[in-house]
Design a protein around this ligand. Structure first.
Ligand code: GLN
Length: 331
């Protein structure tokens, strides 16, 4: 039980919170030894496996940053949530739901098998690679630049700056993309793609290679926590329906084939990527008011050492700890 935070808006309590998060980041940093950095995209193997950081931005403006919060990393699969939001905004929710289903697969994020195992009319969800590549194929435009423009525009609107493309990561992913190309050809074969395969794959590799920081993830999480609205000024960043649907998918499919466990033990809509990032959205909840962030927050976690399902191992455990202690679960 967290003690002594009844007046957690005061500077004194902020110090206490900071100390608390610092202590647990130090504790869970040792857990990075239980995982490995992704190496199937060669450049991702250059990340420091010991890194661990967290940023929490609350609805009331309170924020806590701890650990390795300054290291930029690429969105990887977290981009699947962003492109899904953009595709819903560009093409409409019903069009997107006609093109991609909303069912967890229980299979690895880069599985092809699940598409063939039983007759499906569309990829099972937008957050595995098959579904995400399909979503990317619905983005309007001929070139990858044109298709990504609304993605960059949404990010710029939310973050207040235009994030950059990590060209080295993009090239590394592109050069080691046999599996994603195989998925793409399968999608083409069964008629699930909405547009040209090569332009779709180029767009997909680039969306995965957008640089972000932990503050960026926390800020995106905060917007989702508020159903698409910026709590600072009430501005709508995305339609409420789109934000809510995205959170449902984050909860049911956001952590790949560990989504059920994550929902059970953490209970927060989240999306991970193989770079080690986790984006989490904690909506406001009616709880014990002595808990921090009862009015909602966005959380970004970074820890490139991954567990066997491709999620940050120490990051997931840190998030589980904090969510349990602060009763952040949406259930
Ligand atoms: N770019 C990665 C891929 O397609 C994204 C996967 C992930 O983050 N899980 O393999």
């Amino acid at each position: 039980m967290v003690q002594g935070i009844a007046n957690w808006n005061t500077g004194e309590t902020q110090e206490w919170l900071q100390q608390y998060v610092d202590d647990w980041v130090a504790f869970y940093r040792k857990h990075t030894n239980d995982g490995n950095v992704a190496s199937y995209i060669p450049i991702l193997a250059e990340a420091d496996p010991d890194d661990l950081g967290i940023t929490i931005i609350g609805n009331n403006g309170l924020s806590v940053r701890s650990g390795d919060t300054e290291i930029p990393f690429t969105l990887q699969s977290i981009s699947k949530a962003i492109t899904f939001i953009v595709a819903c905004m560009e093409r409409g929710v019903s069009y997107m739901l006609d093109n991609v289903d909303v069912e967890p697969t229980g299979e690895a994020f880069n599985s092809i098998m699940h598409l063939e195992m039983k007759p499906v009319k569309k990829p099972l969800n937008p957050f595995n690679n098959a579904g995400a590549i399909t979503v990317t194929s619905t983005l309007p435009g001929d070139t990858s630049e044109e298709r990504l423009e609304p993605v960059f525009q949404l990010l710029e609107k939310i973050l207040g700056y235009r994030p950059s493309l990590n060209v080295d990561v993009y090239e590394s992913e592109r050069e080691s993309s046999n599996r994603n190309r195989a998925i793409g050809y399968y999608l083409l074969e069964v008629g699930f793609l909405d547009s040209d395969l090569n332009a779709t794959l180029e767009t997909y590799f680039k969306q995965c290679s957008i640089n972000v920081t932990l503050d960026d993830l926390a800020r995106i999480g905060l917007i989702l926590a508020n159903d698409g609205m910026d709590p600072k000024n009430g501005e709508e960043m995305m339609p409420r329906q789109v934000a809510r649907l995205t959170k449902v998918l984050m909860l049911t499919c956001g952590m790949y084939d560990a989504s059920g466990k994550f929902a059970t033990y953490v209970g927060i809509p989240a999306k991970s990527g193989v770079s080690g990032g986790i984006l989490a959205a904690v909506p406001p909840r009616v709880r014990d008011e002595t808990m921090p962030f009862t009015d909602g927050c966005g959380i970004g976690v970074y820890g490139p050492a991954l567990g066997d399902k491709g999620n940050s191992i120490a990051g997931t455990r840190l998030l589980r700890h904090i969510a349990t202690q602060w009763d952040l679960s949406i259930f």
